[in-house]
Design a protein around this ligand. Structure first.
Ligand code: G3P
Length: 218
């Protein structure tokens, strides 16, 4: 199970990386906007800064929605650093672009996936990663984790090498549910990753160890 952090915030990326368990980063245009990163040149610089922090895959999303624009942007993004994965929406144009990049040996993340059928097309086109959005399905009273499980099962049955990257993870329990569903990767907010550490018995156990040590050692 790989852990990616789902943010464009450099401080959070550094903090997660310092834990020593981070395998990569995912961003999207909303997350870049949240950090107030404007313009193509600044975006490129920001992706390079992320790649300098984390030794792992960094998803950078195209803005174009037409095939030619996706190819142009994707090639520019891929040229920033060998760890860049070109992120493309699961549309007809996006699937065509996934196929193009697969032929060029450029890795892709097919995003905004909400159904097994979309995931099937992404795998057939040769996507490196497919990103089902767990939280956004839960938001509309659908079952995001169930979708992750269905995609995992389908890929295993047919032997597709595309990795299932559970996205739109909102909390720690989502992470564990995606582990149980067999996701290859979960991309998570920092708070959800840190939530995995929290247990009252760890806190009380540590307090007791330190109190006993102090009692004897002063
Ligand atoms: O990984 C996709 C993610 O950034 C979307 O998350 O919380 O906006 O649905 P959210």
């Amino acid at each position: 199970m790989k852990f990616f952090i789902d943010t464009a915030n450099l401080d959070q990326i550094r903090e997660a990386n310092e834990l020593g368990v981070l395998d990569g980063v995912t961003t999207n245009p909303s997350l870049m906007a949240k950090e107030n990163i404007r313009g193509e040149e600044n975006c490129r610089r920001h992706y390079a800064a992320i790649c300098a922090i984390v030794d792992g895959d960094v998803s950078a999303e195209v803005i174009a929605t037409d095939y030619e624009g996706m190819i142009r942007e994707g090639e520019e993004l891929a040229a920033i650093h060998p760890n860049i994965v070109v992120k493309l929406p699961c549309t007809a144009e996006g699937i065509r672009a996934v196929r193009y990049f697969a032929g060029k040996g450029i890795r892709t993340n097919c995003t905004l996936v909400f159904s097994p059928g979309q995931a099937l097309l992404a795998a057939k086109a040769g996507a490196t990663y497919v990103s089902p959005f767990v939280g956004r399905l839960d938001d509309i009273c659908s079952d995001g984790v169930e979708l992750v499980g269905k995609i995992v099962e389908m890929y295993r049955y047919y032997g597709y090498p595309t990795q299932v990257l559970a996205a739109s993870i909102r909390h720690t329990q989502h992470i564990m549910q995606c582990v149980e569903a067999g996701a290859d990767v979960a991309t998570c907010p920092l708070a959800a990753i840190k939530g995995l550490l929290r247990h009252p018995l760890t806190d009380s156990g540590l307090a007791a160890f330190l109190a006993d040590h102090k009692r004897v050692n002063g």
